[in-house]
Design a protein around this ligand. Structure first.
Ligand code: FE
Ligand code: FE
Ligand code: MG
Length: 166
């Protein structure tokens, strides 16, 4: 544990660890939602959508890595069992039961919007109290904003293409 690194945190570290473990659970669920979505997605523009979903999956895994590393630095234990993910998640999990591209894009857009709101709150909590965590969250939320935009752009392309065909 980073002893002095933990001591400089000007908030309840246990409370911060809870937030970080909730976010870590979100990231694993987001990872799997993208990963499995890329496998099952069907419909127009499938190839472009698959590439984006796969890329986002790897980026969510990078977020999980950043969060787990920070949790350990602070003397906490990252969630040890997938059982925990659904219990403590902020943003939940939306199974891609309907495989149609637009439905999968919508589900993931909703997930990104939840992630952005969640990290935005976490930035408010850590901005003054823990600049190190704040900086990590800032990196992550920057990706989430990009993810929302990437998916929205794909959805727009899809809608334009379908409109032109009529
Ligand atoms: Fe993420
Ligand atoms: Fe994301
Ligand atoms: Mg992207």
């Amino acid at each position: 544990m980073a002893e002095i690194g933990r001591a400089i945190v000007k908030m309840d570290v246990e409370e911060l660890l809870k937030h970080l473990n909730k976010a870590l659970s979100d990231e694993w669920l987001a990872y799997y939602q993208y990963w499995i979505g890329a496998k099952v997605v069907k419909g127009p523009m499938k190839d472009a959508v698959i590439s984006e979903l796969q890329l986002h999956a790897t980026e969510e895994l990078t977020h999980a890595e950043l969060l787990a590393t920070r949790i350990i630095q602070l003397g906490g234990t990252p969630v040890l069992s997938p059982d925990e993910w659904l219990k403590i998640t902020n943003c939940g999990y939306d199974a891609p039961v309907d495989h149609y591209v637009e439905v999968i894009l919508d589900q993931n857009i909703k997930g990104e919007q939840c992630a952005i709101r969640t990290y935005n709150k976490l930035m408010d909590i850590t901005r003054e109290a823990d600049p190190v965590t704040y900086n990590i969250i800032l990196q992550i939320i920057t990706d989430e904003v990009e993810h929302e935009e990437d998916l929205a752009a794909l959805k727009e392309d899809l809608q334009l293409m379908l409109l032109r065909r009529k």
